[in-house]
Design a protein around this ligand. Structure first.
Ligand code: SER
Length: 581
């Protein structure tokens, strides 16, 4: 049986509800470009908000990590991967979590104990050593010498702030060498297969650690890695996850995987990620900012490596590969089939665009490096970007292959001077990090509901939310409206929101069936996006919306609301930027 099905079946049999995989681009969260872990969409619930599906959850989640794009090419890095997870939201804790993991690994995956080892948290000044987890492992028959204690690697947090806690990680000895008696987590033959995080703390911006309202469990198991272990291969790309895709690339290129493994892995990995990003509900298209820029880099880098492999990059090679990938995953992710045409169009258009300049750009690159022996200057790097569409990272990669460097800082300055560098490159958004669910974001989140309600009163009931984006500094709210708001309308909406804030209205959260929620008049953005049981947030009598939260308890917590900008977003959609002072 497929690993995903086996995992879900097991945890469902243990009273867990399967929750749908969230989109790869998080909604209502401006702090990360992509979901980087299975727990990311669950942050509000780990922080204490009740989950509509209950306290025991499991899923497989699409994750994207692109902070280390250049690491792709080895046997085990992927920009896209699937993470299996089970969660307890204040229900079971260490004993059951470890018992479930152990039973699943030894009885369902049939991993022999002699190839198994674990790490536990060794303790630091703030949080004590996790003797409980160690005792549980010992009681299950894991030998003392197969339990290692670490500090750094056994405390898990997604980024800098948010829910966190000590963890216990499980390892498998992936090598043909004899298995050593003593487990050394630094020995790369031991590979991590599963992580159980005991999330009982929250870390704030000042580094303060406080107890969460409940003790939670958050686990994560990487599908690609575990499948390769179960299939007995030492290279993830040789497992059934990739094998047929790699074979297809081999047949297109007429060279072998053995001799060209790095470029083949890059093509396979990057195209799979590009397929999932372009199929996402968020509608991301290749561009020069944010997630769109990552998508562009992935496609362009895969084209460049396809060319290295001798594939005719002007042919429909990318379509053949994309269709294969879609076919492999369609059973689990319906958006791949629903948005197949969009995916193919995105890939094709970007390919055509890049192919127009790739050949000339590569020639230009050769010309540039013929005159230097150390560093490519900023002007040349910018020319490659501006005229030939080479993302700076591509120039850096080409340079590295020739033992050269690039004046990247100089490039960035030129780029900034040329056009707004935008959020991405400058704010370190490539690095990922934790979803912003801090106090300020929560206040802004409630303010979007108030503004939505106010606009319906001032402009008309035809106004609907088309999107929103929240950072610590401001909120952005897109809504359907066919005209530029007049000063009077803006002022009225602002006053109304402030009146409701002044009235100290209670914010209530109810769980109900989706149909019931809609029938009761609750507002929602995209009905198909919500699970069967939904949470509905009501603010006094003035607003009722399907929403995952989190929200403040009372509108009096918001402060003073001020609209700072009203502009067009797209045809028939206006955008308001506002702040809470
Ligand atoms: N959040 C933890 C991880 O990503 C466990 O799921 O490893």
């Amino acid at each position: 049986m497929n690993l995903k099905d086996l995992y879900i079946d097991y945890f469902v049999s243990k009273g867990h509800k399967q929750i749908p995989s969230s989109p790869v681009v998080p909604e209502n969260d401006g702090s990360v470009l992509f979901n980087t872990a299975g727990m990311q969409p669950l942050i509000p619930y780990l922080l204490g908000q009740p989950h509509p599906y209950g306290k025991r959850l499991c899923d497989y989640q699409k994750c994207i990590r692109t902070n280390d794009l250049e690491a792709i090419g080895d046997t085990y890095h992927h920009t896209f991967f699937e993470m299996l997870g089970n969660w307890s939201l204040g229900d079971y804790f260490k004993k059951e979590a470890i018992n479930y993991s152990f039973e699943f690994i030894t009885k369902y995956l049939n991993i022999p104990l002699e190839r198994f080892a674990v790490t536990v948290f060794a303790g630091n000044d703030l949080i004590p050593k996790d003797t409980e987890a160690k005792e549980i492992w010992l009681s299950l028959g894991v030998k003392e010498e197969r339990i290692a204690e670490t500090v750094e690697d056994n405390f898990w947090i997604a980024g800098e702030t948010g829910p966190c806690g000590p963890d216990t990680e499980m390892f498998y000895f992936r090598s043909d060498d004899p298995v050593p008696d003593k487990f050394d987590p630094e020995d790369s033959r031991w590979v991590e297969i599963w992580n159980n995080v005991f999330m009982q703390y929250n870390k704030d911006k000042n580094g303060n650690i406080t107890e969460l309202p409940s003790k939670n469990v958050d686990t994560g198991m990487g599908v690609e890695r575990v499948v390769s272990i179960l299939e007995g291969v030492n290279d993830n790309y040789a497992s059934s996850v990739w094998k047929d895709v790699i074979e297809l690339i081999e047949s297109m290129s007429n060279v072998t995987y053995e001799e060209n493994s790095e470029s083949m892995r890059i093509v396979a990995d990057h195209l799979r990620t590009a397929v999932f990003i372009s199929a996402d509900k968020s509608g991301i298209k290749p561009s020069n900012v944010g997630a769109g820029y990552i998508l562009r880099r992935l496609i362009r880098r895969s084209i460049r490596h396809a060319k290295t492999l001798g594939i005719d990059v002007n042919s429909n090679w990318e379509e053949v590969l994309a269709l294969k990938i879609i076919d492999k995953y369609a059973k689990y992710y319906s958006e791949l089939t629903d948005n197949k045409d969009v995916v193919l169009e995105v890939l094709r258009n970007e390919k055509i665009k890049f192919n127009r300049t790739l050949e000339k750009g590569l020639r230009e690159f050769e010309k540039i490096i013929s005159n230097i022996d150390k560093e490519i200057d900023a002007t040349s790097a910018f020319r490659l970007y501006d005229t030939y569409g080479f993302p700076i990272e591509l120039t850096e990669e080409l340079a590295k292959e020739k033992g050269l460097t690039v004046d990247t800082n100089g490039f960035k300055e030129k780029f900034k001077a040329h056009q707004d560098l935008s959020r991405t490159a400058s704010s370190g958004m490539f690095k990922g990090g934790l979803a912003g669910n801090g106090e300020i974001e929560t206040r802004y989140h409630t303010a979007t509901h108030l503004l939505n309600a106010a606009l319906k009163v001032v402009v008309g009931p035809g106004v609907h939310q088309m999107g929103s984006n929240i950072t610590e500094e401001r909120m952005r709210f897109d809504f359907s409206c066919d005209h530029k708001l007049t000063d009077e309308e803006k002022e009225k909406a602002e006053t109304l929101v402030n009146t409701w804030i002044g009235e100290g209205l209670t914010v209530r959260c109810d769980e109900m069936k989706k149909e019931e929620a809609i029938a009761s008049g609750a507002e929602c953005m995209f009905i198909e996006k919500y699970p069967d049981i939904v949470t509905v947030y009501s603010i006094g009598e003035i607003s009722k919306e399907l929403c995952g939260g989190p929200h403040v308890k009372n509108t009096s917590e918001l402060g003073h609301f001020k609209i700072i900008k009203e502009e067009a977003s797209s045809a028939g959609v206006r955008r308001i930027k506002a702040v809470l002072e």
